[in-house]
Design a protein around this ligand. Sequence first.
Ligand code: SF4
Length: 408
Amino acid sequence: MNKIELLAPAGDLKRLKIALLYGADAVYIGGQQFSLRSRASNFTLQDIREGAAFAKSMEKHVHVTLNLLPHEEDLPGLKEYVLALEDAGVHALIVASPAIATYVKQIAPSLEVHISTQHSTTNSSAIQFWKEMGMDRVVLARECTLEQIQATSANSPLPVEVFIHGGMCISFSGRCVLSNHMTNRDANRGGCAQSCRWKYEVYANDQAIHDPNDLFSMSSKDLQAVRFIPQLIDAKVASLKIEGRMKSAYYIATVVHAYRMLIDEYMEKHALSEERIAFYEEEIAKAENRPTGPGFYLGMPKAHDQLYGVNGAGVTQEYIADVLAYDAHTQIATLQVRNHFYPHMEAEVFGPHTASTRFRIEEVYDLEDTALDVLNQPMQIVKIKSALPLEPQAMIRKVYDRTQRNVY
Ligand code: SF4
């Protein structure tokens, strides 16, 4: 069956390693120059070099976004930066500007160039153009339906990458000037202020039509494409992309882990039942703090696919600890606390090689062997005894109870 790439985001080196360890085939990151989401771009050239070496050691790849649409003053330094990325061992650059794309091909031919979703490519004829320009892959617009993705992929002369998960714009990606208008911060140069999610008073002919206690705002539900993965694999899509370079390590681990298991199951069994789809949707929901929907996969989103009056995402507190080490002889695990929890509670562990597994946390001790009543100091190092082997790099979360979650 067609081998497909699972492509995950990373905002820093820690998240890059987590994404690869939890099953991504490649990660995409932003450097400190020429990238959108400049606030999410924490990678120095040294970090990129280390990340690319880590990926290479796992026979995986790092892609770097160079996806701003440059103004004249943005161009100096481009050549040095591209050559430095090539030297650092990066596999591909994700580029929006045709000028930058062709320039990269001229000066650094060993780098693949992937045409960014910012370009709103929606058909195979446009992809033919990019092929003639010497490009290597095209990221389709998020506004394509499943049928359009299937048809485009069938006729595409280049590998096609599609988004399967994460945040969506309320407007067409790459075409929004709301932030420019409201704040003079250009969304297409990395400065989006997410003005769509602000709270607005709304007037019609000078008459206020908003509820003063519930001001108007707008955003889309996040994309979640679990049930479409088999069709995307069958359509010979080259890469499945998760959005979210600003997301936490826990979110990335959870989402990547679930999609990895899903892809591997479908590759092995060539089938995915409704029961298994529900299982994977539940796995992903353990890290979701916003409602999700099918995006454009089933056609133009309807009103119920949008969120009005909701301006941001809360933080889930289900992620309670990281596993730092486990001694199989003594059955002692060393943990680092992330969110508060108590001894004698049910928990769930999942890790790079561990499917989600419930177990009971019994006594918890600090490093002086003092029993603790409550764990409420993030980053504290503690010890527990566990007959269940706990894999280093695994994460521990509270047992998920959807009814008690605040999903916004
Ligand atoms: S303002 Fe909203 S819709 Fe526009 S680019 Fe920013 S996030 Fe997307």
